[in-house]
Write a protein that binds this ligand. Structure first.
Ligand SMILES: *[C@@H]1O[C@H](CO)[C@@H](O)[C@H](O)[C@H]1NC(C)=O
Length: 133
Protein backbone atom coordinates (compact mmCIF):
# COMPACT_ATOMS: atom_id res chain seq x y z
CA UNK A 1 0.00 0.00 0.00
CA UNK A 2 1.31 3.43 -0.97
CA UNK A 3 1.77 6.12 1.60
CA UNK A 4 0.16 9.49 1.18
CA UNK A 5 3.60 11.06 0.93
CA UNK A 6 4.51 8.76 -1.96
CA UNK A 7 1.30 9.58 -3.83
CA UNK A 8 1.87 13.28 -3.27
CA UNK A 9 5.34 12.94 -4.80
CA UNK A 10 3.96 11.11 -7.86
CA UNK A 11 1.21 13.69 -8.36
CA UNK A 12 3.69 16.56 -8.07
CA UNK A 13 5.93 14.89 -10.68
CA UNK A 14 2.98 14.42 -13.06
CA UNK A 15 1.88 18.03 -12.60
CA UNK A 16 5.34 19.39 -13.40
CA UNK A 17 5.55 17.21 -16.53
CA UNK A 18 2.20 18.50 -17.85
CA UNK A 19 2.30 21.14 -20.60
CA UNK A 20 2.43 24.57 -19.04
CA UNK A 21 0.28 26.23 -21.69
CA UNK A 22 -3.20 25.46 -22.91
CA UNK A 23 -3.08 28.27 -25.45
CA UNK A 24 -4.07 26.48 -28.68
CA UNK A 25 -2.98 29.40 -30.86
CA UNK A 26 0.57 29.07 -29.51
CA UNK A 27 1.03 25.64 -31.10
CA UNK A 28 2.44 26.97 -34.36
CA UNK A 29 3.41 30.25 -35.93
CA UNK A 30 1.51 29.81 -39.18
CA UNK A 31 -0.82 32.70 -39.96
CA UNK A 32 -4.22 31.49 -41.10
CA UNK A 33 -6.26 34.32 -42.47
CA UNK A 34 -8.44 35.87 -45.12
CA UNK A 35 -8.63 39.38 -46.50
CA UNK A 36 -11.96 41.12 -46.31
CA UNK A 37 -12.95 44.28 -48.15
CA UNK A 38 -15.31 46.64 -46.40
CA UNK A 39 -17.42 49.04 -48.45
CA UNK A 40 -17.48 52.19 -46.34
CA UNK A 41 -19.84 54.13 -48.60
CA UNK A 42 -23.57 53.52 -48.92
CA UNK A 43 -25.12 51.71 -51.87
CA UNK A 44 -25.67 54.94 -53.82
CA UNK A 45 -22.36 56.81 -53.47
CA UNK A 46 -20.17 56.75 -56.57
CA UNK A 47 -17.42 55.87 -56.72
CA UNK A 48 -17.67 53.42 -53.81
CA UNK A 49 -14.88 53.42 -51.21
CA UNK A 50 -13.38 50.15 -49.93
CA UNK A 51 -11.16 49.43 -46.95
CA UNK A 52 -9.09 46.26 -46.52
CA UNK A 53 -9.51 44.25 -43.31
CA UNK A 54 -7.18 41.30 -42.69
CA UNK A 55 -8.91 38.75 -40.46
CA UNK A 56 -7.22 35.79 -38.75
CA UNK A 57 -9.13 32.50 -38.83
CA UNK A 58 -11.10 31.78 -35.63
CA UNK A 59 -10.06 35.04 -33.99
CA UNK A 60 -12.74 37.60 -33.23
CA UNK A 61 -11.31 40.68 -34.92
CA UNK A 62 -12.23 44.25 -34.07
CA UNK A 63 -13.11 46.45 -37.03
CA UNK A 64 -13.27 49.54 -34.82
CA UNK A 65 -16.95 50.37 -35.30
CA UNK A 66 -16.58 50.91 -39.02
CA UNK A 67 -19.54 52.29 -40.98
CA UNK A 68 -20.23 49.86 -43.79
CA UNK A 69 -22.85 48.85 -46.35
CA UNK A 70 -21.19 45.65 -47.59
CA UNK A 71 -18.39 43.24 -46.64
CA UNK A 72 -16.86 40.91 -49.19
CA UNK A 73 -13.85 38.65 -49.50
CA UNK A 74 -10.67 39.80 -51.19
CA UNK A 75 -10.22 36.27 -52.52
CA UNK A 76 -6.49 36.36 -53.50
CA UNK A 77 -5.48 37.50 -50.00
CA UNK A 78 -6.22 34.18 -48.22
CA UNK A 79 -3.26 32.83 -46.23
CA UNK A 80 -2.83 29.08 -45.53
CA UNK A 81 -6.56 28.38 -45.87
CA UNK A 82 -8.78 27.31 -48.75
CA UNK A 83 -10.84 30.44 -49.21
CA UNK A 84 -13.75 28.29 -50.42
CA UNK A 85 -13.94 26.73 -46.97
CA UNK A 86 -14.09 29.97 -45.02
CA UNK A 87 -17.24 31.60 -43.71
CA UNK A 88 -17.51 34.82 -41.68
CA UNK A 89 -20.05 36.64 -39.57
CA UNK A 90 -20.04 40.30 -38.59
CA UNK A 91 -21.13 41.61 -35.20
CA UNK A 92 -22.42 44.96 -33.96
CA UNK A 93 -20.42 44.78 -30.74
CA UNK A 94 -16.79 44.20 -29.76
CA UNK A 95 -17.68 41.01 -27.83
CA UNK A 96 -19.13 39.32 -30.91
CA UNK A 97 -22.50 38.60 -29.31
CA UNK A 98 -24.82 40.88 -31.29
CA UNK A 99 -25.14 39.54 -34.84
CA UNK A 100 -24.62 42.15 -37.55
CA UNK A 101 -24.79 40.04 -40.69
CA UNK A 102 -25.84 36.72 -42.11
CA UNK A 103 -22.97 34.28 -42.64
CA UNK A 104 -21.00 35.34 -45.72
CA UNK A 105 -18.21 33.86 -47.79
CA UNK A 106 -16.15 34.19 -50.96
CA UNK A 107 -19.22 33.43 -53.10
CA UNK A 108 -21.74 35.57 -51.28
CA UNK A 109 -20.83 38.98 -49.78
CA UNK A 110 -22.57 40.38 -46.71
CA UNK A 111 -25.05 42.94 -48.01
CA UNK A 112 -25.55 44.80 -44.74
CA UNK A 113 -27.80 47.65 -45.82
CA UNK A 114 -28.25 50.19 -48.59
CA UNK A 115 -27.35 52.74 -45.89
CA UNK A 116 -24.36 52.63 -43.58
CA UNK A 117 -24.50 50.43 -40.49
CA UNK A 118 -21.93 50.09 -37.71
CA UNK A 119 -19.88 46.92 -37.67
CA UNK A 120 -17.71 46.34 -34.59
CA UNK A 121 -16.15 42.94 -35.11
CA UNK A 122 -15.97 39.95 -37.43
CA UNK A 123 -15.26 36.25 -36.95
CA UNK A 124 -14.11 33.96 -39.78
CA UNK A 125 -13.81 30.20 -39.46
CA UNK A 126 -13.35 27.11 -41.61
CA UNK A 127 -16.31 25.03 -42.77
CA UNK A 128 -16.31 21.86 -44.89
CA UNK A 129 -17.49 23.72 -47.98
CA UNK A 130 -18.79 27.26 -48.05
CA UNK A 131 -22.36 27.14 -49.29
CA UNK A 132 -23.98 29.89 -51.24
CA UNK A 133 -25.67 31.59 -48.28
C1 LIG B 1 -17.56 50.86 -30.46
O1 LIG B 1 -18.70 51.52 -29.98
C2 LIG B 1 -19.12 51.08 -28.69
C3 LIG B 1 -20.44 51.75 -28.36
O2 LIG B 1 -20.36 53.13 -28.57
C4 LIG B 1 -18.02 51.41 -27.67
O3 LIG B 1 -18.38 50.95 -26.40
C5 LIG B 1 -16.73 50.69 -28.10
O4 LIG B 1 -15.67 51.05 -27.23
C6 LIG B 1 -16.36 51.07 -29.53
N1 LIG B 1 -15.24 50.23 -29.95
C7 LIG B 1 -14.20 50.71 -30.64
C8 LIG B 1 -13.12 49.71 -30.97
O5 LIG B 1 -14.09 51.88 -30.98
Amino acid sequence: MYTTAFLTTILAALASAAPTTSNLAARDDTYYGVGLTIKTTDAFTQPPVYEPAPVEISVLTSLGNVSASEIKFDVPVASHVDVNQVECRAYKDDAGVVPGSAPFNAKTPAELSTNLVTVASVLCYVVTEAEKV
